[in-house]
Write a protein that binds this ligand. Sequence first.
Ligand code: MTE
Ligand code: MO
Length: 214
Amino acid sequence: MFDEVKRRKKEEDKMRQEGRMPPGQSLTLKFPVLHYGPVPSIDLATWDFRVWGEVEEEVTWTWEAFSELPRTEVQMDIHCVTRWSKFDTTWEGVSLRSLIDEGLIKLKSTASFVLQHCEHGFTTNLPIEVALSDNFLMATHFNGEPLTLDHGYPLRGVVGAIPSRRDLKDVYLWKGGKWLRGLEFMAQDRLGFWEQAGYHNEADIWKEQRLVRG
Ligand SMILES: Nc1nc2c(c(=O)[nH]1)N[C@H]1C(S)=C(S)[C@@H](COP(=O)(O)O)O[C@H]1N2
Ligand SMILES: [Mo]
């Protein structure tokens, strides 16, 4: 127990020294579970993934079809607005960028924002350039294992910071929707669930954009 406390502190100091700790955050060695509402029950036989809005053709993939899509692995530091950060997490899944590069999703030139749609109506919005960056992934696996139900099985959006890529926009983890079921491309921005509840729309972790100030 005491060793765990010391290890946490040591890791945290290291991350601060390396400039990887955003303001107001602290390091956790655990993986907290955070969401609003109940955990959904999942049936892969009826699960589907829909892409619609500002696209040339709408797409619906079954779980089987989704599993055939090109796969990407990425290592990121993830930062929750409730002030915990977890470093060097490895995610595997499907990158939106690769789907577009391979012509599997064809965006209209009007597509400027994307809304992640999740089970039970949860949504979260991102500018298209953030969703197309290397630090946004639709993940099926965490640290080499399939996601657990609590963390978004079978598919979740995940956004984090890639330490060597400070050129990218880094946003808080709520911008990754667990139990992801589709993407809606939009010409105009529309606020997601937490954004409507008063979380900052931009959510930049380095600028500490947590809440909209009243
Ligand atoms: N569907 C859904 N996804 C969600 C949320 C939610 O309430 N519902 N909360 C977000 C928040 S605030 C965080 S910090 C992360 C937490 O992911 P974790 O439970 O895997 O740590 O999920 C995000 N995705
Ligand atoms: Mo969060």
